[in-house]
Design a protein around this ligand. Structure first.
Ligand code: ARG
Length: 458
């Protein structure tokens, strides 16, 4: 096919070069944005008297026909055209003749593609925010369902202090809420229209960039035409937010994998979200969680790929920038697919409160509380810490827990210890006593549930 830009050159290119140059198989997913953008462009050209009203009407009608044909499947995007912009323009020209040829007045593919990605990604931000809100809602529901479950909190993956399972879950809600914040921040900076920057220098036509931007629901226009076509910061920002979402999902997934193992036995993942083994009949594997963890790597890769593409580019547009879309779309799909599977998986987990409590009992995680008990009796913390450590050593020697160590043994360790110690180091009581704001105490956990619910309803 003769190239639309044939003229300066014959336009007769090598087939391998054509295939190498083409981006249509990737950017075709932006057809809706491309067509909507072109409709606004035609309307602006007519408003400014650059096209007649009749010309613009024919163009807009043609574009809307293309859009509905693409939506219905009556028109299929093949691989004949270089990119989605060329495809739409070719079909429009085929359908409307000379009218279609007038659409590309006062714009360039450089500002057109920058416009399309911005429109595409701001929708993605909105969708991701909704998916993250759904995940936070499930977290709060689970926290409420198991509001009394006590588990060991860990540092270094060693049992550290008793916590409410709900508290651990709600920590993730905080991370996902920050992810929502990152997405809405980058959406704001993204929502600035580059159209009208043209190739790089603006245009000699009397265009109205603000009219076009408003029609497309942008908050503002790019203030510098060179920046308008060169900027892909918003893609980097999206990828950064995506990578961070994945990092959080990955840590959460890792915990679900650990907790569902026989060694922990804290949770059971519903059969619907697990797989079996082709050889070991007993296996039930947490593949969905593992895949969310595993796919985190590719999203990190997407971020680094784009940063690397951009780092050496002189202003303004360079064809290297066509390499922005594959990593962006890969991250978009990965984040969406992971959230779509993770949320219902979490919603259906069963929590084994008895196993959590057993683990909590086995790790002397109330040793800090024993020390605090002695502090309450007037013993300096450093001395109390030593006594508590010796009590743990004695328990290990006698295969007992701090709760079952006889008072006579305690008395030998420190005369300050009395019968009331058992109430003090009871694991649930240890949790209840963590009354500091943001701590694991039940009141704090209840407040957190309310706080998260309030945030996601805004
Ligand atoms: N397919 C191109 C891209 O994605 C569109 C812009 C092409 N501009 C140009 N001057 N060749 O970047």
């Amino acid at each position: 096919m003769a190239k639309m830009w044939a003229g300066r050159t014959s336009g007769e290119t090598n087939q391998i070069a054509d295939d190498f140059n083409a981006s249509i198989s990737v950017d075709k997913r932006m057809y809706r944005e491309d067509i909507t953008g072109s409709m606004a462009h035609a309307a602006m050209l007519a408003k400014q008297g650059i096209l007649t009203k009749e010309e613009a009407d024919v163009i807009i009608d043609g574009l809307s026909g293309i859009l509905s044909d693409l939506d219905s499947g009556a028109l299929i995007i093949g691989t004949e055209d270089e990119d989605i912009h060329m495809f739409v323009e070719r079909i429009l020209t085929e359908r409307t003749g000379a009218y279609g040829k007038k659409l590309h007045t006062a714009r360039s593919r450089n500002d057109q593609v920058a416009l399309d990605i911005r429109m595409y990604l701001r929708n993605v931000c909105d969708e991701d925010i909704e998916l993250l809100k759904e995940l936070c809602a499930v977290i709060t529901d689970k926290a409420e369902e198991y509001e009394k479950a006590v588990m060991p909190g860990y540092t270094h993956l060693q049992r550290a202090q008793p916590i409410l399972f709900a508290h651990q879950l709600l920590a993730y809600a905080q991370m996902f809420l920050r992810d929502i914040g990152r997405l809405s921040d980058c959406r704001k900076r993204m929502n600035v229209s580059p159209i009208g920057s043209c190739a790089l220098a603006g245009t000699t036509y009397d265009t109205d960039r603000r009219f076009e931007a408003e029609k497309l629901s942008f908050d503002d226009i790019a203030q510098n035409s060179i920046d308008g076509v060169s900027d892909r910061d918003f893609c980097v920002e999206y990828l950064n937010a995506a990578a961070t979402i994945m990092m959080h999902l990955s840590r959460f997934s890792e915990e679900l994998v650990l907790w569902s193992s026989c060694e922990f036995g804290f949770i059971t993942i519903d059969d619907a979200f697990t797989t079996g083994s082709s050889i070991m009949p007993q296996k039930k594997n947490p593949d969905m969680a593992e895949l969310c963890r595993g796919k985190t790597g590719r999203v990190y890769g997407d971020l680094i790929a784009l940063l690397t593409v951009l780092k050496g580019l002189p202003l303004a547009y360079n064809k290297d920038m066509q390499e922005d879309k594959e990593p962006v779309f890969d991250a978009v799909d990965t984040v969406k697919n992971c959230l779509l599977v993770f949320t219902p998986m979490l919603a259906t987990i069963k929590v084994h409160e008895d196993r959590m409590m057993e683990a909590a009992k086995g790790g002397f995680i109330n040793a800090t509380d024993l020390a605090d008990y002695l502090v309450g009796k007037g013993v300096p913390f450093r001395d109390a810490y030593k006594v508590s450590g010796r009590a743990v050593a004695l328990c290990i020697e006698k295969a007992l827990t701090l709760e079952s160590l006889p008072l006579s043994d305690y008395k030998e360790l420190d005369a300050h210890i009395d019968d009331d110690v058992y109430g003090f180091i009871d694991l649930y009581i240890c949790v209840v006593k963590r009354i500091s704001e943001g701590g694991t105490g039940p009141d704090s956990v209840k407040k957190q549930i309310e706080w998260v619910r309030n945030k996601i309803s805004l």
